[in-house]
Design a protein around this ligand. Structure first.
Ligand code: DGJ
Length: 747
């Protein structure tokens, strides 16, 4: 098993890293070497320095890999004494379990989460991994470990990102024994924090239509598990964490250790504080119901666990992740196109799509400056509602008698590109595909097949299903001029059986399904390089750093209420960049809460991410069209800084705050935009003064109110220092009010 081939852009990034390293060595461009990996032979210690972060670990006297330091960058001459295993704390807490390991096999009395647990065919389950050798290859360190007696090899990889200091860690397990064995638990990496008692964990939780709530809790003795057992990433938790120290933490100050797991299958991240107050975080595929059978001679590659450190608070941590995503991870990084303003038909027409109806919407969308027209669900098979049709990917002849071409041509003539909704991994029992291949779904023989939204999950791990899905998508893209796919996924797994393979191989489905999903995306992108893809799973159910390597954006939530969205988008941006966060303007009152919001408010809420329109344009008044045209034009003038810039959360909507304010600053600090929202004013209190961030203190900036008003005393131009230290008063009063300000550096 291995992950799909890496896109060329990542190879390009590596070349750039190497060039940077070379230029640093020659002393030409950089004062501080961007990436440095060195091995202190005498003390047997590895030093990894990148951007503003250092990561240090050593080989201890038992040949275990022991964590020593993770935090702000140290001086290049700093040395560490040789790693020494922690002493036995008590006869109940042996040395091995209290030593902070980089990657520990389950054996020797280990009571914390193991990084690798294997059952061998003879029933033996003991595993002791010891250092064997290492290699430093440019910006990548690899370390080989081996069990003390069995031919089980584990190669650990460490690859820092030059720009952000974020470290990629993953492992490859190799079976060089003469028989298959079963991996029962495996992590990509374990991260160890300095000993401490005032750690605060932030993580994201949610559900359908309520994704990405930011939760905070102290890291107490015991274990917190963030996870999905659902087959895919899921809405319930997102594979991201951030930990700071309560005593030193501010939104933009203090140290933050953070990480995100790049895996779109069932996953887990465990945060443990042990009996000696040591904190460690490990992450990988979910160990519940896990059992990957690795044949002799085969290798198993874990997902990547990304980990970083920011000394600029949680805001800095988010910005480092955003930078990594936009500059390195998205498919065309670092030259990913800016997200076009799109229109999506779902909330307007639901399943009732046909050629005249879509043409009418397309004409209206084009008139306000939309650049991409996306037809959502309902265009294929016998799809009238969610009871039938999934799996039958032919164009419905009643709705589109002449195929998709006339609609696509019309969209092109309106100067938009065309996008289409698909849900490739699903099938309705009422479909030709299911009638022909009932064995293609996840199932346990003779057991009920539990439906969700009247659909079943195709077993993408099967080679024939993989071929079918890739085949129909390839045909669709070859026969039609399609620029964009919205790839949806609308239920989680039940009965995850794979009866076609031997019982002992069936649990491989958790990994093979996900890897086939990635490899289909990779194959499609290779064959159709111009096509962009959105990852959607009933909103934000498949948002993670695994799939981001193959998709250009995420559908954030089916909840398009612009006020609710402030909270959902706030949580989303803790881990993911606004440049991949799709946000539609929809109708008011919203179907979600029956809440009435002005069109301006709805636009400003969506303009904090990648703007889309999902309203029923047939119901809009001429005034609505005029407002929308103005707002779309405004968005185009600031989208680069929103999508690529540095995000500052000036006031979060968390803890029932009445206000929510974000600021995006362009990378060269020449422009900034502020979005300010008020839930409800009370008792004559004015809106709090806003203190901007991230500007050049010595430069002069003009301030323009794009929407709303600022206090009369506000200067037309002032220094960055003035806007950051004196601040600006926005005049917002009433319920559900919003404003936007733009700052431009004077030439
Ligand atoms: C769920 C998605 O999140 C919606 O935007 C829409 O595409 C529907 N599926 C269509 O069935």
């Amino acid at each position: 098993m291995s992950l799909a081939a890496k896109p060329a852009s990542r190879l390009f990034h590596r070349l750039v890293c190497l060039l940077m390293i070379f230029s640093a060595i020659t002393g030409a461009a950089l004062a501080q070497q961007a990436v440095s990996i060195r091995f202190d032979q005498a003390a047997r210690i590895f030093h990894i320095d990148a951007a503003d972060t250092s990561y240090v670990f050593g080989i201890n006297e038992h040949a275990d890999l022991q964590a020593l330091y993770w935090g702000k960058r140290l001086a290049s001459g700093d040395t560490f004494p040789a790693a020494k295993a922690s002493p036995e704390a008590a006869s109940f807490d042996l040395s091995f379990t209290v030593t902070p390991h980089e990657f520990a096999g389950w054996g020797s009395g280990l009571y914390v989460e193991p990084d690798l647990k294997i059952t061998f065919p003879d029933g033996n389950r003991d595993l002791e991994l010891k250092y064997v050798s290492h290699a430093i290859d440019g910006d990548k360190l690899s370390i080989v470990m081996k069990d003390i007696s069995r031919e089980v090899y584990v190669t650990l990889y460490y690859q820092p990102d030059a720009e952000t200091g974020i470290l990629r860690r993953w492992a490859v397990i190799e079976n060089r024994t003469s028989e298959p064995f079963t991996i029962e638990q495996v992590s990509a990496a374990t991260w160890n924090l300095p000993r401490g008692t005032d750690y605060r964990l932030r993580y994201l939780s949610g559900r359908w239509a309520a994704e990405d709530t930011v939760n905070e809790q102290m890291v107490e003795p015991g274990k917190t598990t963030l996870e999905s057992r659902r087959g895919t990433t899921g809405h319930q938790n997102n594979p991201w964490f951030a930990i700071d120290k309560l005593s030193t933490a501010g939104a933009e100050t203090g140290g933050v250790w953070f990480g995100a797991l790049g895996w779109s299958g069932s996953w887990q991240i465990t945060i443990e504080r042990d009996q000696l107050q040591q904190v460690r975080i490990s992450g990988g595929p979910n160990s519940f119901d896990f059992g990957y059978r690795l044949q002799k001679g085969e290798k198993f590659e874990t997902p990547i666990f990304y980990g970083g450190y920011s000394s600029e608070g949680i805001g800095g941590a988010s910005r480092l992740l955003h930078r990594l995503e936009m500059d390195t991870l998205v498919p065309n990084a670092p030259h990913e196109k800016l997200r076009p303003v799109l229109y999506n038909s779902w909330e307007a027409t639901g399943f009732n799509v046909d050629e005249p109806g879509q043409v009418a919407l397309a004409e209206k969308a084009a008139s306000i400056g939309v650049e991409r027209f996306v037809m959502d669900d309902g265009w294929f098979g016998q799809r009238k509602d969610d009871h039938a049709g999934l799996g039958d990917w032919y164009v419905n002849p009643q709705k589109f008698p002449h195929g998709l071409k006339p609609l696509i041509d019309k969209v092109h003539s309106l100067h938009m590109d065309f996008g289409l909704w698909v849900e490739p991994e699903m099938v309705n029992p009422d479909s030709d595909l299911y009638r022909k291949h009932p064995d293609w779904v996840l199932n346990f023989t003779g057991r009920p097949r539990t439906e969700g939204r009247n659909q079943l999950v195709l077993n993408l791990a099967r080679p024939d299903v993989r071929a079918y899905v890739l085949g129909f998508l390839d045909k669709l893209l070859t026969e039609n001029d399609i620029a964009f796919l919205k790839w949806d996924y609308n239920r989680n797994w039940s009965e995850p059986g794979w009866p076609a393979v031997a019982p002992e191989d069936q649990k491989n489905v958790y990994v093979d399904f996900t890897n086939n999903y990635y490899s289909i995306l990779a194959d499609l992108r290779a064959k159709h390089p111009g096509v962009e893809i959105e990852s959607c799973s009933g909103g934000g159910g498949r948002v993670d750093l695994g799939v981001i390597r193959y998709v250009d954006e995420f559908w954030t939530s089916d909840n398009t209420d612009a006020f609710d969205r402030l909270t959902i988008q706030n949580g989303f941006t803790y881990a993911y960049a606004p440049g991949v966060m799709m946000a539609w303007v929809t109708d008011s009152p919203t179907w979600v809460n029956n809440r009435t919001l002005s069109l301006e408010y709805r636009f400003l809420s969506s303009m904090q991410g990648s703007l889309g329109i999902g309203a029923n344009l047939n119901k809009w008044t001429p005034e609505d069209f005029a407002t929308a045209t103005k707002m779309v034009a405004q968005y185009k003038s600031i989208r680069e800084l929103v999508q690529r810039g540095s995000l500052y959360r000036l006031i979060t909507p968390e803890h029932d705050s009445e206000q929510s304010v974000t600021e995006s600053v362009s990378r060269d600090k020449s422009q900034a935009v502020v979005f300010a929202f008020l839930h409800s004013s009370g008792e004559l209190y004015p809106y709090p003064r806003l203190y901007l961030r991230g500007l050049d203190a010595n430069a002069s900036y003009t301030l323009t109110a794009l929407d709303g008003k600022v206090a009369e005393t506000t200067p037309a131009a002032a220094s960055g220092a003035y806007w950051m230290e004196h601040g600006v008063d926005v005049l917002l009063r009433g319920d559900f009010q919003a404003a936007a300000l733009k700052l431009d550096r004077a030439p």
